[in-house]
Design a protein around this ligand. Structure first.
Ligand SMILES: C[S@@+](CC[C@H](N)C(=O)[O-])C[C@H]1O[C@@H](n2cnc3c(N)ncnc32)[C@H](O)[C@@H]1O
Length: 338
């Protein structure tokens, strides 16, 4: 696939609030030395800070300030005429209050976007679930390239966090039903908000079905949008075989859910419960993406799977281009055979 034009590369990174060091600054500097340099900067400004998606769903104030300051520095280093639009935008940003919540907009290959409201802190409210992790981007990237696995099927996502992978799959892979799940109340609240933000729910109590498994509640209503979206409160430590069977997933996905030995054993216990499917129906296909931060945790997970007789294979790496632009994180996707 051909690399997109420079302003588009800035746009994708900026709207998703990726690290500033992942931006193609050296290429910009080169282009600014030409006569079309100022027009290029204005184009970048309009594709980033002044883009309608950024105006409606802005990344954190601090992030936008840092980005614009960098753009201005690059412009000033060319000794070109000052560009009023850059300084006017900076003045507006300096007048803005610091945000505690921010948005990230991930452009999809279809031209649509996944918009997420996130916390600016990495660990917030005692959970890792309130930001999007690289494994989620990686898994979504792989899913978009393998849409047939999800098309017209029921997908269960474990530890959905605030929903990036699932929303991207819902927007690009045409699943029949998508079950988002997590165990943390703040995460579930943010997840529901993000699902709504992306147009899957127009009116909270009337257009979607929320199933809170552990409380045994279920509210169902009509939803003209496809797929059917379910948000389930599901804790791997306490979910029952019956609850899993009732969801009837054809495919199970999860991103960055193997990061702590205690959590890993709960996850393996739950995967074992899923093997009850073997008797009742075709077992679901399972794909788990994780960032290998500590090789011991990764090995512990594989050893745990071996111990309970769950087979696994590594899915070959794919070329990333839509969502991940920084230095390649050490992310692997495993397919499990339960
Ligand atoms: C590192 S976050 C990953 C979130 C998202 N999948 C991503 O990659 O951006 C781990 C998620 O697993 C959830 N989680 C942890 N333990 C869990 C459990 N026992 N049952 C269900 N979810 C759990 C957390 O609430 C959190 O949302």
């Amino acid at each position: 696939m051909a690399e997109p034009e420079l302003p588009v590369r800035f746009q994708r990174r900026f709207l998703a609030a990726r690290q500033l060091r992942s931006f193609p600054w050296p290429e910009l500097e080169q282009n600014l030395r030409t006569s079309a340099g100022s027009a290029l900067l204005v184009d970048i400004l309009h594709k980033t800070l002044l883009h309608p998606l950024c105006v409606k769903y802005p990344p954190a104030t601090k992030y936008r300030r840092c980005f614009l300051t960098e753009l201005i520095k690059k412009h000033e280093s060319t000794a070109a005429e000052p560009l009023d639009e850059l300084y006017d935008t900076l003045a507006d940003l300096l007048n803005e209050e610091e945000s505690t919540r921010c948005y990230k907009n991930y452009l999809l290959p279809t031209g649509d976007a996944v918009t997420l409201s996130e916390s600016v802190a990495i660990i917030s409210g005692g959970t890792t679930g309130l930001i999007t992790w690289d494994a989620a981007l990686h898994l979504a990237e792989w899913a978009v390239g393998n849409a047939a696995i999800f098309s017209n099927r029921t997908v269960l996502e474990l530890g959905s966090g605030i929903g990036f992978t699932g929303i991207a799959i819902c927007k690009t892979c045409n699943p029949k039903t998508y079950v988002f799940s997590d165990c943390h109340p703040c995460v579930l609240k943010q997840l529901a908000e993000n699902i709504r933000l992306n147009g899957f729910i127009s009116e909270p109590k009337t257009t979607h079905r929320i199933q809170a498994e552990s409380r045994g509640q279920e509210a169902e209503a009509t939803n003209s949008l496809q797929p059917k979206i379910i948000v389930a409160e599901l804790d791997w430590g306490s979910v029952t075989e019956k609850q899993l069977l009732d969801l009837q997933p054809d495919v199970i996905v999860a991103a960055d859910v193997v990061y702590d030995p205690e959590i890993t054993s709960a996850l393996i216990g739950m995967l074992q419960k899923l093997s009850a499917f073997r008797a009742a129906r075709k077992p679901p296909e399972v794909y788990i993406a994780f960032t290998i931060r500590n090789p011991d945790t990764y090995r512990l997970f594989q050893a745990g799977l071996d111990k309970v007789g769950i087979g696994w294979q590594i899915i070959p790496a794919h070329s990333n281009s839509f969502f991940l632009y920084d230095v390649q994180p050490n992310v692997t996707i495993l397919q499990l055979f339960i």
